[in-house]
Ligand binder design. Structure first.
Ligand SMILES: [Fe+2]
Ligand SMILES: [Fe+2]
Length: 350
């Protein structure tokens, strides 16, 4: 595929001395804990009563469900005098030559990219969940209803992000290109084994939890409509992390050791694939920044912009997943030999 078509640390997470995020929470407010002492398949407490777990996830989903029009109306007005994303994700501070206004412009470009990339990944999460539903056509009703709800919510989120992008572009006034196209990314990802895609989806779901709980929730300086949108998205996503965890557990249980190893390797290759897309995204972000600020970066500024922003993108989408304790606990259990490769990925992606 190609990635060339169009198109303040106010939270509790902080960059550590090694450049990695320090993680202090181990599960979402609604998330199911995985006991890392259960390293062998067959001893996972989630297997004890899968039916009740699905029923519990389903009822939690129904309690927090919302309607699209109640969360983000097409007539919404965004306040462009405020930052949208936490500085921990944007990492504009090293670019000391930015004025305060330029820093905010970069923040808003990154926020547009943030939700656009969520929309892109949800385009492959949706068919992944629907395929699982089809494969589980004779499962107990709570499982089928939980999968149906998961898929319906992701479809709604894709539309939510589209609405946001339309409103954003109108108010921002400059084009912001996004990596893709989504159909190419979807086709590439779904060509891999179901277990590897399940791991990637788990990575994304826990990453989403981490960003909101640790970085967005307590940051009162963010644009209120954007922050509320992330809050509502997070509420429904909380159950996705649980449900995808059940899917991964079931797929791993049915796989041979060789299949689990292959799936883990494929998961790493999918991270590298997304990393190439993120590199392209930084090129798009630089162009959008120059258009919006009417400023041409010098060679030295452009080189620093590319280096700092590429690492910020990596930390946001890749490091936040490979460093997440829940993702690591799952890998430890289904493919313990993968721990070293995860540590190496953590070094690369921050
Ligand atoms: Fe979502
Ligand atoms: Fe999700």
């Amino acid at each position: 595929m190609s990635f060339c078509r169009s198109a303040r640390a106010g939270g509790r997470a902080a960059l550590g001395s090694n450049g990695n995020y320090n993680v202090r929470h181990v599960a979402s407010d609604h998330g199911a804990l995985l006991d890392s002492s259960h390293r062998r398949l067959g001893r996972n407490p989630l297997e004890i009563d899968m039916k009740n777990n699905y029923a519990s996830a389903l009822s939690a989903s129904e309690r927090v469900a919302w309607k699209l029009d109640d969360v983000f109306n097409q007539d919404a007005v965004l306040d462009f005098s405020q930052p949208f994303l936490p500085e921990t994700l944007v990492d504009s501070a090293p670019l000391t030559w930015l004025s305060a206004t330029e820093r905010r412009t970069l923040n808003q470009i990154r926020a547009h990219g943030y939700l656009s990339i969520f929309g892109l990944v949800e385009e492959f999460i949706l068919p992944f969940v629907m395929q699982r539903l089809q494969a589980r056509a004779s499962a107990e009703m709570p499982e089928r209803r939980a999968l149906l709800g998961f898929a319906a919510e992701e479809a709604k989120h894709i539309e939510l992000f589209q609405r946001f992008k339309t409103v954003f572009r109108k108010g921002f006034g400059h084009a912001c290109d996004v990596m893709g196209p989504a159909s190419d990314i979807q086709a590439h990802v779904l060509a891999h084994s179901e277990l590897s895609v399940g791991l990637l989806v788990l990575h994304i779901e826990w990453m989403t939890q981490w960003h909101y709980v640790e970085m967005v929730r307590d940051d009162g300086e963010l644009e209120p409509n954007f922050r509320r949108l992330l809050h509502e998205h997070w509420k429904e996503e909380s159950q996705h992390a649980r449900i995808d965890g059940f899917i991964v557990e079931a797929l791993a249980e049915a796989a041979t050791e060789q299949e689990r190893e292959r799936a883990f390797r494929e998961y790493l290759s999918l991270l590298a694939f997304l990393d190439a897309g993120l590199k392209q995204q930084v090129v798009f972000d630089r162009s959008a920044f120059e258009r919006a600020t009417r400023r041409a970066l010098s060679d030295a500024e452009a080189a620093q912009f590319m280096r700092v922003q590429q690492q910020a993108q990596r930390r946001t989408y890749l490091g936040s997943g490979v460093n997440h304790p829940q993702l690591r606990a799952t890998v430890e259990r289904i493919y313990p030999q993968g721990a070293r490769a995860l540590r190496e990925s953590s070094e690369l992606y921050g």
